[in-house]
Design a protein around this ligand. Structure first.
Ligand code: ADP
Ligand code: MG
Length: 442
């Protein structure tokens, strides 16, 4: 078959590594192709563009040699369902790994970049690590997504593992699953012993305790026993304990017994320093111009920034080329598109409804109450920025007259963002939540 023969020829002409990484990823689209118009699909837009630029001409020439006809070669990105596992999925895999009880050895105090946004949480974590059970108990760290809460928790864990102490790190969801498993297997005593025998208990994302009454009850007892025995407890959450809806008052008050430390989004300088640190750890070289570009063009979720750095690293190793600003721009825009593809309007509605304590169905209803109108506007604003939905599509979703109502909602939200810093923060936080919902641990 001609296509096979052409690819075979190309294989002889280019380095094996390049062939394996790029050309092997191509799928010939026999249905759409014609003798003088050959179409291949590549796993994603970036690869499609890349392969086209690098090998498009060569491929066309090889086809021409075989068929004797002038040939156009097109390389298009595969539809999402055909996409083989790519970088995006790899990042979520690593994220899932992070949700296991294992402590990540690279999340140390040394690898944590300190700036004014996280100074307080860092110092508090370090004091607790150095003198567990003696200074602040519990330590409660809260802040937005991807700002380093889990990193600090692991740093406390690593510090103490090195000193031979017994450390347990779990997300609150793992604690809950562990609890229900032991209940089912009638081994609840083993569960209790396990948690009560540790020196340091690190519990991630306690906001998910919300509404889980039986787990709250069990956790309340675990907390008391450890606290009485002067064992250190460290908790993280996306909110201040007072703001966790559906959390029993007795737990709220206990969470406030020790010290509460917040983490704010990093300012530009800290963001730059974090990027430099990640490059150093991953042995990647980036020009200052590129580092500045990433820091100014991506928002404060460091996990997302890391995703871009990892992709850049992958591409530059593959082609053994220096990373250029053009590549950076296309990787960032590719990442945005990936987010956009995976963000669903209904998820935005859910997230905004949960944050503002109203029912998702109210947001889509015709209600003109102030709270509902405001929530609806926020959903529209987020959907326009984070999904490919057009104004008419949104108008239809909300049963509005036409797109002018959507643009009015956008205008209102933008105005409020300008004049109300608290509102702006809330919107940023919601944006983080919507994005991290795509990649969250199940
Ligand atoms: P959170 O738990 O707050 O959502 P994580 O702790 O998972 O965020 O952080 C996301 C990623 O960003 C991690 O890989 C972490 O190492 C990195 N990160 C965040 N803040 C810093 C920092 N100040 N210095 C170095 N790395 C950071
Ligand atoms: Mg976390």
């Amino acid at each position: 078959m001609i296509v096979q023969e052409v690819l075979e020829r190309l294989r002889e002409e280019i380095p094996k590594e390049e062939y394996d990484h790029f050309i092997r990823n191509l799928r010939f689209d026999g249905e759409q192709s014609k003798i003088d118009h050959i179409i291949f699909t590549a796993p994603n837009i970036l690869l499609a563009k890349w392969i086209k630029t690098k090998y498009g001409k060569k491929l066309a020439q090889l086809f021409e040699l075989k068929t004797g006809r002038e040939t156009r070669v097109e390389i298009v990105p595969a539809l999402p369902s055909q996409t083989p596992p790519d970088e995006h999925q790899k990042t979520s895999e690593t994220h899932t790994e992070r949700c296991s009880t294992k402590i990540n050895p690279t999340y140390t105090f040394e690898n944590f970049v300190v700036g004014s946004s996280n100074q307080f949480a860092y110092t508090a974590s370090l004091s607790v690590a150095e003198r567990p059970g003696k200074v602040y108990n519990p330590l409660f760290i809260y802040g937005g997504v991807g700002l380093g809460k889990t990193h600090l928790l692991h740093a406390i864990g690593n510090y103490n593992l090195q000193r031979g102490r017994v450390v347990i790190y779990v997300t609150i969801e793992q604690f809950m699953n562990d609890f229900t498993d032991h209940l089912r297997n009638q081994t609840i005593e083993r569960f209790r012993d396990k948690y009560r025998e540790c020196d340091i208990l690190l519990i991630d994302d306690v906001q998910f305790l919300s509404g889980k009454e039986r787990t709250q009850e069990e956790f309340f007892h675990t907390f008391n026993e450890l606290h009485n025995a002067e064992k250190q407890i460290v908790l993280t959450s996306d909110k201040h304990p007072k703001e966790i809806v559906g959390l029993e008052d007795r737990l709220k008050s206990r969470f406030e017994w020790g010290l509460i430390a917040d983490i704010q989004p990093p300012e530009l300088e800290t963001k730059i320093a974090i990027i430099k640190k990640k490059c150093e750890l991953n042995k990647i070289e980036l020009d200052n111009e590129i580092i500045n570009y990433i820091a100014t063009n991506m928002d404060s979720n460091i996990r997302e920034i890391e995703g871009v750095i990892n992709k850049l690293n992958a591409y530059s190793t593959l082609v053994n080329q220096k990373i250029t600003l053009d590549l950076v721009k296309s990787v960032i825009s590719e990442q945005r598109k990936e987010w956009q593809k995976s963000i669903q309007l209904k998820d935005i509605v859910q997230i905004v409804a949960a944050e503002l304590n109203i029912k998702p169905s109210e947001i889509r209803s015709k209600s003109r109450s102030r709270r509902v109108v405001s929530a609806r506007r926020i959903v529209i604003y987020l959907a326009r920025n984070l999904t490919p939905n057009s104004m008419p599509a949104l108008a239809q979703f909300f049963g509005m007259k036409d797109h002018t109502s959507v643009s009015h909602a956008m205008k209102k939200v933008k105005e409020q963002i300008k004049k109300d810093p608290k509102f702006r923060l809330m919107i940023e936080e919601l944006e983080h939540k919507v994005k991290s919902n795509v990649n969250k641990c199940e």
